[in-house]
Design a protein around this ligand. Structure first.
Ligand code: OMP
Length: 223
């Protein structure tokens, strides 16, 4: 990837291309949009790829001047689950002040036997919660996550995702991230954005396709 990007971004983009975590072609997204690229965080499935991802999350969070205080890292099921565990463990290893931070995730299906409850890991009631997730496109997944935190009595402290696709919501003019910022008034960060991908991907044709797609679904203010 290009050296115009900070090292942790460039290294992550290179790794994603090498491991086909970032793929090119024609993909129908959850929103129904057809995208020339797709980011599959489920393919961070080896020690090598997870370790690079943990570095990138830690760099992003520790360099963030707006990093909020948080008690729990919440990863929405399913793809957020390994991410929350990974980030929790890595932050604790890097700085003692994170050693008592917990992690948790939601169950997708109801459980009425055993310990019951919809949350596995640290319970969210009264806790300041940092959400960690894979991708934000139109913001539907993020809304589900914040609804769970609210229903569990947690206090949303911030959001960090691997990739911000920088698209507008399906029913509005603003980007999903802008909407979340306005609605929740908490810091939201991404390790990489579509703009970073366009810089970091070496192939000119792919860059052009991503630029075109990005323009088509950009927030109205950026068109
Ligand atoms: P929104 O709910 O529209 O923000 O889409 C985010 C979700 O879409 C992610 O949590 C993924 O499940 C999925 N997704 C990807 O994993 N990678 C992509 O590049 C794009 C999507 C997507 O469908 O928009």
């Amino acid at each position: 990837a290009s050296n115009e990007l900070p090292r942790h971004k460039a290294e992550l983009i290179d790794l994603c291309i090498r491991n086909q975590i970032l793929k090119f072609g024609s993909f129908t997204l959850k929103s129904g949009r057809v995208s020339p690229y797709f980011f599959n965080a489920g393919l961070f499935n080896t020690a090598r790829t997870l370790s690079c991802l943990a570095d990138a999350f830690a760099q992003t969070l520790l360099q963030d001047k707006d990093l909020p205080e948080f008690d729990v890292i919440f990863g929405p099921a399913y793809k957020g689950i390994p991410l929350a565990t990974l980030v929790c463990a890595r932050l604790g290893a890097l700085d003692e002040k994170f050693l008592d931070v917990g992690y948790s995730f939601n169950r997708k299906e109801k459980k009425d036997h055993g310990e019951g409850g919809g949350i596995v890991g640290v319970q969210l009631k009264g806790k300041r919660v940092l959400v960690v997730d894979d991708v934000i496109t139109a913001g539907t997944a993020m809304r589900e996550a914040t609804d769970i935190i609210k229903a569990e009595g947690g206090i949303l402290a911030g959001i960090v995702v691997c990739l911000d696709r920088q698209e507008r919501t399906t029913d509005g003019e603003n980007s999903a991230i802008e909407n979340c910022k306005a609605e929740y008034n908490v810091p939201i960060t991404a390790i990489i954005t579509l703009e970073d991908l366009i810089v970091g991907v070496p192939d000119e044709t792919l860059k052009e396709q991503m630029r075109g797609y990005g323009k088509q679904y950009a927030p109205i203010s950026k068109q």
